[in-house]
Design a protein. Structure first.
Length: 267
């Protein structure tokens, strides 16, 4: 069987999800809340499809659209990013101090704690995410933002774009520049090779390093290589060696653990 090379993140993601759909694709730990959330390729694919259907059906997101993302490194953020790229849209990520840039987006998805200042910008379309480990909705929120968790659950489990994804379209807006959708795939593939990620790797990723490196490094590069992810938020250093053994981690990004290969470092 021949396989064509992915030309945009939606194809890259689809190939990753097909490799072993029942195996863990993304596992997340939060050492402040004590949460552990695990998603197989099939489960994450379900979230991605629902997110893409929500963006397309409710907000007319497609090629040429811009999706603002004001979210931390999180499994739900992975679904949002992959959902936006499945629509052929550009992603605009911002830090809190750059929220004004989000006024150029067609729709903005933000963590609940980012909503108050964003509401003051008068954004036309704003979705809030609770980032609950089980994907539950926001509690105690009375502002104008729509609740992502409530909206996304009503969406279909299979996604078909209304318009073909254009690999030459903008995929990620970065400060003063941008990457095309095809450029995201090329950059992720090149970065995976440079870091030394290989097929079957179980990569433990530190939240701080992932935030600094961006989604090409923490999300797309492992997918391009055929690896799975263990995201560690608010990581407690003392817990990491046991976690790495339990999760059968083979490599780390932004973490140094004895006996585990550190990506991007000479052997």
């Amino acid at each position: 069987m021949t396989h064509t090379r992915p030309t945009d993140p939606s194809q890259l993601w689809a190939a990753a999800a097909r490799r072993d759909p029942a195996a863990p694709m993304l596992t997340q730990y939060d050492d402040v809340s004590g949460e552990r959330t695990e998603l197989s390729g099939t489960t994450l694919a379900n979230w991605v499809a629902k997110t893409a259907n929500l963006l397309q059906g409710e907000f007319d997101v497609g090629p040429g659209s811009t999706v603002g993302v004001a979210l931390p490194v999180h499994w739900q953020t992975a679904a949002v990013l992959l959902g936006a790229w499945s629509c052929g849209a550009a992603v605009l990520e911002t830090a809190a101090e750059d929220d004004d840039r989000l006024t150029t987006a067609d729709v903005v998805l933000a963590a609940a704690d980012r909503l108050p200042p964003l509401e003051e910008l008068g954004l036309d379309e704003l979705l809030g995410l609770s980032l609950h480990p089980m994907g539950m909705g926001m509690t105690g929120y009375t502002g104008p933002a729509r609740d992502f968790a409530l909206e996304v659950r009503a969406q279909g489990d299979v996604f078909s774009p209304w318009q073909p994804v254009d690999p030459a379209g903008v995929g990620l807006v970065l400060g003063g520049g941008s990457l095309t959708l095809a450029g995201l795939v090329d950059t992720a593939t090149e970065l995976a090779g440079r870091l030394g990620i290989v097929a079957g790797d179980r990569v433990m990723v530190d939240e701080r390093a992932a935030t600094e490196a961006g989604p090409v490094a923490w999300l797309l590069a492992p997918l391009a290589a055929g690896a799975s992810l263990v995201l560690c938020r608010s990581a407690a250093p003392s817990a990491l060696p046991h976690r790495a053994a339990t999760e059968r981690v083979t490599a780390t990004l932004g973490l140094s653990l004895e006996g585990v290969r550190e990506l991007g470092r000479p052997a």
